[in-house]
Design a protein around this ligand. Sequence first.
Ligand code: DX5
Ligand code: ZN
Length: 219
Amino acid sequence: MNHIIAPSLLAADFTRLADEIQMVNDSQADWLHLDVMDGRFVPNITFGMLLIDAAKQLCTKPLDVHLMIVEPEKYVEQFREAGADTITVHLEASPHLHRTLQQIKATGAKAGVAINPHTPASSLEDIIELADLVCVMSVNPGFGGQKFIYNTIPKIRRIKDLITVRNTETLIEVDGGVGLHNAEKILQAGADVLVAGSSVFKADDPADAVARLKDIGGE
Ligand code: DX5
Ligand code: ZN
């Protein structure tokens, strides 16, 4: 399967947001990844529905909204109305994850589950059938530009095995510290979606960085 590239807007130049999104439109990127942080689930605050709404008006690609917030179920409908195509909530922030994924699907959005670096693949065993996407965090969520945590690789393999055994259509997304230096290993482990912030937006030629990530051979 051809993998999906999702540049993360967090690493963009916010004084030129429209230009940065235009670059995404003109590039081989498949989705635009948007990191919503609340200063409670993670130690950083970014943006909310207003920016998702603006991005929706500018971006021709699907919006992949990653909620790093407590009580995400309170805001699912608002993020969908703002333009989210996929809504991903953290397993660690969702005591009623089964219900929350159903709630996301009821809005018409695709439902994603994100897991922190310390959360094992086995924690997905009783939820995988409901997840359109699993976002495997390969850094501790909160900031762009961090180093990839390598024991994520065997975890991706275990999640891939789970998806194969259960025969679900779930996509595996890998988020944090992804770039040309490790993308091949990540894809070989079974990832379908690469989120790339710094390695795209901080590159001299961001569209070319997307094209190179897209070119890498995986499974
Ligand atoms: C981290 C975010 C990531 C981040 C990735 O909390 O969820 O999506 O933007 O940025 P890089 O690719 O720079 O690690
Ligand atoms: Zn993210």
